[in-house]
Design a binder for this molecule. Sequence first.
Ligand code: PEP
Ligand code: MG
Length: 602
Amino acid sequence: MRISARGPEASAALAALQRLIEESEPEEVFSGEPAHGWAPLAAGATVRGLAAAPGLAIGPVRLLRQRKIVVARCAKDPERERQRLGEALSMARAELQELYQEVRERSGPAGAAIFLAHAEFLSDPELLARADRRIARDESAGWAWRETIEEEAESLSKLDDPLLASRATDLRDAGTRVLRRLGGVIEEKAELPREPVILLAEDLTPSDAAGLDPARVLGFCTAGGGPTSHAAIIARSLEIPAVVGAGPAVLHQRDGVPAVLDGDNGILYIDPSEEDLAAARAARSALVHPCDEEHRDRHEPAVTTDGVRIEVDANAGLAKEASQAVAAGGEGVGLLRSEFLFLERDTAPSEEEQYAAYREAAEALGGLPLIVRTLDAGGDKALPYLPMPAEENPFLGVRGIRLCLARPELFRTQLRAIFRAAAHGSIKILYPMVSDVAELREALAITEEVRREMGAGRLETGIMIEVPSAVAMASELAGLVDFFSIGTNDLAQYVLAMDRGHPLLARQVDGLHPAVLRMIDQTVRAAAGKGTRVGVCGGVAGEPLGALILIGLGVTELSVSIPSIAAIKARIRNVSMADAQGLARRALACESVEAVRALGKG
Ligand code: PEP
Ligand code: MG
């Protein structure tokens, strides 16, 4: 290929092009034979689209609800609006530069290049001039910007060339990044559930796709998009099976319905039979782990090279995940987030329904431990059938154990279900969000009352350590319970005073921050004084570096997402406790989270 250029900046342009070509990796469009031999036996509901990233994903579907950003139409001071737009543009460009670096490190320059193209959109003089003319007519910066982007995206999407037409999505994505900064009433995208799902969406922008966490998004299926879209490219680099261009039927599926997404053939199978689900699981596991050492050894215990055994359990949201946890090598369920049974419904689950769910999980575990966390609602998990006064700061409001104590009938029903299910396995009770000794005493007293009423045996009881006051009082609290389970997700949010769902701050809510690690260290020491076991069930436990630091700090049980179990066990088998302790000491001495994370690279 010969490229020539003319004009005053010809040599700079040629050098930039040369660099881009040299750095680019061939961007393959996925096609070819399916890598698995799976096809359903029974023909059920299917949604057909285009194969975008290979693999089989199996799990409940979940629609990504994208809400609009609302902006005021008029503004009085054009100068001020110009300044606001300028600031929003510079911040968005800086964000894109950062995203480019991040994705480049993770997936290579081909996947990352799109973010440079987005930054180019934001510097396009023609677009900027059009927005400026609108501002001069007393439109607000947000309105002027959105209208300009929409007009341009509309005309791009009408072009015959599909490649140019697909740029409309990119332009809207880049435009939205600016819009989010322009005040007005901003409604952010709904948060993804914490448990793994197959994501359904109208379309995914490259920014959406780059932000997908493969531990939580098993696969995705979009109504729009094409196999060469950047969302598809990013899905392939993240190894997330994907189907695109499947039409509006994607948007009409009920949340939570089980499905199999076949990324090789571009088909989403809705609510397949149990038999088909089992066959798909077998095909997927042959696909994912053909000769994978970690997977092969997943049922072996996690013992350090100097002989210290660490229990690795699973976090589960639904009772039926207990069997998946065992199949993945979990030594129990270290956290059953029982609130998932309470969400997205019109009435609270009855005692009978809860009993059936806890019993199902306990039986699937065949005697392995099951830690049922009592209802952790409130905060970001509102229950429509439990109207509570509106709160300015729901994360600092009536959530977790506070809600259970405020609604003792709800708490008692759950406790009764737990005590009944305990006859079928090894169940322990865990109270969330405990922040105070008196509160724990009250929860324990209610539990004891229910136990007596039922004539049931005593169950081991623990508390989540996820609030700074609980750390400060850890010694007193440890004297009252059998175990602690540290929730690093919330602990980081409360220690760092940053909302874990905040659009700008959430990235910094990192459980490996030395401030959080020092809290964990303090907790472990206080618990050791009382002979209370300490586990961690927050996200940090599922990261290889996090797991090593935690065991080095003296944590003896880790509860992680199901897909992380084998890798975490393998990591522990490769380290000595002496080295983990050295790593933990170095982490505690760090002055920033970056310094802690750098320890993982050395
Ligand atoms: C935590 O806070 O770390 C935790 C495990 O609980 P959740 O993420 O459910 O709040
Ligand atoms: Mg929590």
